[in-house]
Design a protein around this ligand. Structure first.
Ligand SMILES: *Cc1c(COP(=O)(O)O)cnc(C)c1O
Length: 390
């Protein structure tokens, strides 16, 4: 059996999104800036996609900028706030220790350019405290950027409350909503969000496309210069098939959210309960305030990498908490931020579900995982030492 349980890394493109995209390759293939009929056909679809994204975010079409994905949107949001802040002598930015690297690396770059960055603690439960945000805000704070939901441990942050606080203090608020979009409700007005990033491939849209939402009135900094696309704030011929696919996927995800959320949550809960029956396994991140599809556990005494390989041999696609892709031995900054030791963080496993997963697949994972853990522990010197100590 093949089980895809790595939906936080990326998702498969839905049939609806694919069907929406196909005519953009074959009929509406024009450049939306061209004044002839094929260009105009493309422009019409671009306008419709922008309106869909705006409608489902509670925004205006003029507040939507199409980007190449979540990373670009994060970069542009931070650049926008940094430039705006520096013009007013404000060069302090608040974020958290467990943001995505698209945010953290952008902030490190700014630090080298003379900005000051405060990274807030996220505690053992992986939740930012409102009072910490309040205490960190200074007269020279240009931006608060805090993710809506964490990509590794799935914890959901009090975005609306943080937004209200920032509004009251006159500080810009950006949220990386890449993991939340299409999975949790978003309304930028009700949630007091000034800027937001999302990415289509995390909600069954295509890769390489996303949205940078900017509230009207905020002067935007372009990070890609060139033509006048996106009102001069993001140059480059629009990736129309991807943009149209994103809008179709987002509409589908939002329209079906009230059905999919409880369904995925039930699968997740069964998976968590089943995995926690294994000896010496802990759940990472708050159990309640977490994404419907996120399971992240640390299996003591083993290496997450070996666990992944053995799961893959059984057809199960998952992810670990160490930076395997980069070949680095450092455990994830997210797991360290919630206080795990290097040793425990190394034994982490992330299984992320979507509405395409089934009860049968959960049963399959719960059947295959315990013997794999037993086998790895029987070969593990770390596990042997742990047992001796006890
Ligand atoms: C995936 C992800 C990103 C990056 O999005 P891309 O579209 O892959 O660039 C940023 N932030 C979070 C929280 C993510 O999960």
């Amino acid at each position: 059996m093949n089980v895809y349980a790595d939906n936080a890394a990326t998702t498969k493109v839905s049939r609806t999104a694919l069907d929406a995209m196909l005519p953009c390759f074959t009929e509406a293939y024009g450049n939306p800036s061209s004044p002839h009929h094929i260009g105009m056909e493309a422009a019409k679809r671009l306008i419709a996609a922008r309106k869909t994204m705006a409608d489902y975010l509670g925004a205006e079409p003029s507040e939507i900028i199409f980007t190449s994905g979540g990373s670009e949107a994060d970069n542009q949001a931070i650049a926008t706030a940094a430039i705006l802040g520096s013009k007013k002598g404000k060069k302090h930015i608040i974020s958290t220790k467990f943001e995505h690297h698209a945010v953290l690396h952008t902030l490190s770059k700014l630090e080298k350019e003379g900005y000051e960055v405060t990274l807030l603690d996220v505690y053992e439960d992986g939740i930012v405290r409102l009072e910490d945000v309040e205490a960190a805000i200074r007269p020279d704070t240009a931006l608060v950027t805090i993710m809506y939901a964490n990509n590794e441990i799935g914890t959901v942050q009090p975005i609306k409350e943080i937004g209200a606080l920032c509004k009251e203090k006159g500080v810009l608020f950006h949220t990386d909503a890449v993991q939340a979009a299409g999975h949790l409700p978003i309304n930028v007005k009700e949630q007091n969000i000034d800027m937001l990033s999302l990415s289509a491939h995390k909600f069954h849209g295509p890769k390489g496309v996303g949205v940078f939402f900017v509230r009207r009135g905020i002067p935007i900094t372009a990070i890609i210069e060139g033509g006048a696309q996106e009102r001069g704030k993001r140059a480059g011929t629009e990736n129309l098939p991807a943009i149209v696919g994103m809008a179709a996927a987002f509409k589908e995800a939002c329209d079906n959210m009230s059905v999919n959320m409880p369904k995925v949550e039930a699968l997740r809960n069964r998976l968590i309960d089943g995995i926690l029956k294994i000896d010496e396994v802990i759940l990472n991140g708050d159990r309640e305030k977490r994404l419907p599809g996120n399971v992240n556990v640390s299996v003591k005494g083993i290496e997450g990498e070996s666990l992944l390989m053995m799961l893959d041999q059984q057809g199960i696609c998952a992810s670990s908490g160490s930076a395997c892709t980069s070949g680095s031995l450092d455990p994830s900054h997210v797991l360290l931020a919630i206080g795990l030791t290097h040793e425990v963080a190394h034994g982490s496993l992330r299984l992320t579900l979507s509405e395409y997963n089934t009860e049968e697949e959960i049963g399959y994972i719960l059947e295959k995982l315990p013997p794999i853990v037993d086998r790895l522990r029987s070969m593990s010197p770390v596990w042997k030492k742990m047992k001796e100590v006890k």
